[in-house]
Design a protein around this ligand. Structure first.
Ligand SMILES: [Zn+2]
Length: 294
């Protein structure tokens, strides 16, 4: 049984980049007679834009997406993340860290995604502070997986990432923990998402291993980027997608995904658009690049 998902963050309305991820995950799921779930990744409440979650769901409906079951909101699942956190803590994988940004910057090496935390607080906080984060210990072991589009991926977390934060000093659970718990509890078998999360995947696989969860199959599609090579976002003023032009925009997303849709799709009804997209879906046609300029 195939269970896929689309997991937007409600930091703004859907733009073309998120539509591409929605179309790819939807067509993959439907072409495999699978379920397609929607999860609102609003674990980082301070970054949320008021009303964006509802706006995203209305837009998905207006574009003809049909999801299975209730939409899951990460902000309502804190107790589930706490259970996983407790399990890791009871097994000795977690420690408190009170280091400031400056203290880390002074002692860290460079990894593939910024600084590699040098493990300063592993045997106790150097500067005990009431407000502190919690980190998970990583190992020297190689974490690898075979991505359906990006190919074989390898990381050594101790060298490339370092012990990473699972619970922030403000008490919020980190995305890496929330997404792993949700994917497992929702029985997600296939994850189709933007290549900006490719580097996060070994961390997620590592947490799956520590928590005894199954590992889903990963497909990281190219990211839609602007002229400056930046991911489209509210911050760089990516335009919200217009419901009035749904067939045209789905056509554009299918072109981005290498599917060569016929021009007639632009003038078709939404059911016809989706019927073509799902019947003709071939993920082997997707570009292997990590980003594509639009
Ligand atoms: Zn520390």
């Amino acid at each position: 049984m195939y269970v896929g998902r689309f997991a937007p963050s409600p930091t703004g309305p859907l733009h073309f980049g998120s539509l591409v991820a929605a179309v790819a995950s939807y067509c993959e799921a439907k072409a495999n007679q699978g379920l397609w779930l929607v999860r609102m990744e609003d674990v980082d409440k301070p970054r949320e834009m008021k009303g964006a979650a509802d706006e995203i769901l209305h837009t998905l409906l207006a574009f003809g997406f049909e999801w299975s079951g209730e939409v899951v909101y990460q902000s309502q699942r804190t107790s589930l993340y706490q259970q996983a956190f407790d399990q890791l803590q009871n097994n000795g994988f977690i420690y408190a860290c009170s280091c400031s940004r400056k203290e880390i910057a002074d002692s860290a090496t460079n990894g593939i995604e910024g600084l590699v935390y040098p493990g300063t607080c592993r045997s106790g906080m150097l500067q005990p502070r009431a407000q502190h984060a919690w980190r998970v210990k990583v190992t020297d072991e190689i974490v690898s997986f075979n991505d359906a589009i990006q190919g074989y991926q390898v990381q050594q977390l101790s060298r490339d990432i370092g012990d990473f934060v699972l619970k922030r000093a403000d008490g919020l659970f980190a995305y890496q923990l929330a997404v792993v718990v949700d994917d497992a509890l929702q029985h997600i078998t296939h994850i189709v998402r933007g290549a900006d999360l490719l580097n996060s995947t070994p961390r997620q696989i590592y947490l799956q291993q520590l928590l005894g969860f199954n590992q889903p199959l990963y497909t990281h599609i190219p990211l839609a980027v602007n002229n400056q090579g930046e991911k489209l976002s509210k911050q760089n003023l990516a335009l919200p997608i217009n419901k009035q032009h749904a067939p045209q925009l789905i056509f554009d997303a299918l072109v981005f995904l290498g599917q060569n849709p016929p021009l007639a799709i632009k003038q078709s009804s939404l059911p016809e658009v989706w019927q073509w997209a799902i019947q003709n879906w071939q993920n082997s046609k997707i570009s292997h690049q990590q980003s594509i300029n639009i």
